[in-house]
Design a protein around this ligand. Structure first.
Ligand SMILES: [Zn+2]
Length: 229
């Protein structure tokens, strides 16, 4: 084999492995249903936040199983009614280092029952010093903001506002949220509705609501992963 030919062969092999690697690079997402086990989260009558977030996560999983997506890999911090500390969730996320994690919650306002609607939060710029270098590497605040704005845009297209009269209430940075403060990768916190609001509760208690919101989240993940390619 001539030196020139073997050089060419090596180059072809390098290029091939590069293209194979990039073709296999999946958009990794961690879904984190808030609370669980001994921690019910917000409570209103017989509605427990931990059950609502789990039901939403399982519905999202069902959609990914029924309609698999080639370039998306999805993980769940919990798929049962188990207790899980913030530290354990952080460790789970940092172990996987996903392209995006989505923490699912339902909001509650103890004083005012008038707060209602869907809220999207992204991480603040300021995080613990020791995490900062890694977080800067991921440019996580900007990326989270970008993904959050796509979620927001798709929210209106998903007709949740018209079908469920569930207003988009907020798109903002969230301070003092353990998952944001101790992770380094892009993340979003979705406060799906207020269980303290009678209007929102009427939506939540409707059997079609979970599937509609889960489908919106499933669809948003696919569209975000497409833009990321
Ligand atoms: Zn919560």
């Amino acid at each position: 084999m001539s030196a020139c030919f073997s050089k060419k062969l090596v180059l072809i092999l390098i290029l091939l492995s590069f293209f194979t690697l990039s073709a296999e690079k999946k958009f990794r997402v961690v879904i984190d249903p808030g609370h669980g086990g001994k921690n019910p989260g917000a409570v209103s009558g017989n509605l427990l936040e931990k059950n609502l977030t789990l039901a939403m996560a399982l519905k999202i999983r069902a959609f990914f199983r029924k309609h698999p997506v080639q370039n998306v890999e999805i993980f769940f911090t919990r798929t049962d009614d188990v207790s899980m500390s913030i530290k354990e969730r952080v460790e789970f996320i940092e172990e996987i280092k996903p392209d995006l994690f989505i923490s699912l919650h339902f909001n509650s306002q103890k004083v005012l029952a008038t707060n209602s609607g869907f809220e999207i939060y992204y991480p603040p710029d300021l995080i613990a010093k020791e995490l900062k270098t890694t977080a800067l590497f991921y440019d996580r605040t900007n990326i989270s903001f970008y993904y959050g704005s796509l979620f927001r845009e798709l929210y209106f297209k998903a007709n949740l506002q018209t079908t469920w009269k569930l207003q988009m209430n907020m798109f903002a940075q969230k301070y003092n949220f353990g998952l944001f403060d101790n992770t380094t990768v892009p993340g979003l916190l979705l406060e799906i509705a207020y269980i303290s609001s009678p209007e929102d509760r009427a939506c939540i208690e409707n059997p079609g609501f979970t599937a509609d919101v889960a489908w919106y989240i499933y669809d948003a993940i696919i569209k975000i992963s497409d833009k990321n390619n």
